[in-house]
Design a protein around this ligand. Structure first.
Ligand code: SAM
Ligand code: SF4
Length: 367
């Protein structure tokens, strides 16, 4: 049986829930946390008894993993290190919200082996941080970034969001400039999406917030150009880095590697088996600690589904997709080449800039 090389851990707590976000999370509650950490460790023990887990990449996402206290993180990471073969770990990322960064926490994470931080800055503009309902100021984000550097992190990602209500082109350009000036190793720039079951979605439905696709496209093109000029290659629709600084964990997902996800709402794909854990922290803990499966749903992924996924994810990246893989859809490929959505790159097909603007729609043709 092949070893699992990529491990995801979902920490479903946030200091405050942002009005646009649909990731599974809840407001932090210190009383429930220890039980949750123990459930994660039990799930890890159980899953690694089923198959060898020798991670090359680990990703702590959320929610907000840094919403855990220093002692909670120390406990969780220390116990995971005791249980796992860590010899081959090359990248260990932990997501942080700027309001939850401290020197003590950063140094402890670094000492326990975390070597990459992804920090959600979203914007450097105080008014827009307010629109986004963020708990931190732009000064606090800057201080947190400096703390991460002082604590020894040499691989830091900054998350930004564009097409935010009321955001001007100049404000977005300014957020990009301020980010570039800090020289992080990686920048994720997401176009705001109106996700179901969020406050922003309700406001969007009621016409209080509007979306302008042309405006989104304009800001997206500004992003690609400005970041390219600063040495950040767009290696995936929303992700930019100098060569060699791409997020290995996400690349592994996108290129179809198996991965194990722990925690509520986490997905796992191991061979033909895929499951998602229940999206309910209390239920997750009850199930795991009672010896039951945490999975809320399970499916067998057939080779056709994995192929369609490889095409959809591959098209989003600058590596594109081998033309051979698209053979059954040759007429669609020719049409997209003629319309300027696709371009040939050796024996591969990549999206053009025009194609990147409608990547999801194009990928849907290959399902
Ligand atoms: C799990 S959060 C990052 C860590 C931490 N929770 C924080 O917000 O600082 C992942 C990222 O997804 C992005 N994101 C969340 N909801 C989004 C949405 N509706 N549209 C676009 N990007 C979104 C944000 O940039 C956010 O930083
Ligand atoms: S964006 Fe980050 S901090 Fe805000 S609710 Fe989502 S996961 Fe929590």
């Amino acid at each position: 049986m092949n070893s699992i090389r990529h491990l995801y851990v979902h920490i479903p707590f946030c200091l405050k829930v942002c009005p646009y976000c649909s990731f599974y999370k809840e407001a932090s509650d210190r009383n429930k946390t220890r039980r949750f950490l123990d459930a994660l460790l039990v799930e890890l023990d159980r899953e690694s008894a089923q198959r060898p887990v020798r991670p090359q990449t680990i990703f702590f996402g959320g929610g907000t993993p840094s919403a855990l206290s220093v002692s909670q993180l120390e406990y969780l990471l220390g116990e995971m290190r005791r249980r796992l073969d860590m010899d081959e770990v090359r990248e260990w990322t932990l997501e942080m919200n700027p309001a939850t960064v401290s020197m003590e926490k950063a140094k402890m994470l670094r000492a326990l082996g975390v070597n990459r931080i992804s920090m959600g800055v979203q914007s450097w503009n105080p008014g827009l941080l307010n629109v986004l309902g963020r708990v931190h100021s732009s000064d606090q984000a800057l201080r947190s970034y400096e703390i991460l550097r002082e604590a020894g992190f040499e691989n830091v990602n900054i998350d930004l969001m564009f097409a935010v209500p009321t955001q001007s082109r100049d404000q977005w350009a300014d957020s990009l400039e301020r980010t570039i000036a800090l020289a992080p190793e990686h920048i994720s720039a997401y176009c705001l999406t109106y996700e179901e079951d969020t406050a922003f979605f309700r406001m969007f439905q009621q016409g209080e917030l509007v979306q302008d696709k042309d405006w989104d496209a304009d800001l997206f093109e500004l992003t690609i150009d400005r970041l390219a000029a600063a040495g950040y290659e767009q290696y995936e629709i929303s992700n930019y880095a100098p060569a060699g600084r791409e997020c290995r964990h996400n690349l592994a997902y996108w290129f179809g590697a198996d991965y194990l996800g722990l925690g509520p709402s986490a997905f796992s794909t191991c061979g033909a088996s895929r499951w998602q854990n229940v999206e309910d922290t209390a239920l997750y803990c009850d199930r795991v600690l009672n010896g039951e499966s945490a999975a809320g749903f399970r499916e067998v992924v057939n080779p056709e589904t994995r192929k369609a996924e490889a095409i959809a994810f591959g098209l989003r990246t600058n590596r594109g997709v081998a033309r051979d893989m698209l053979h059954p859809w040759e007429s669609t490929v020719r049409e997209y080449l003629e319309e300027g959505f696709f371009a040939p790159n050796g024996d591969r097909i990549v999206l053009t800039r025009k194609g990147k603007l409608v990547a999801d729609t194009l990928a849907a043709a290959f399902v």
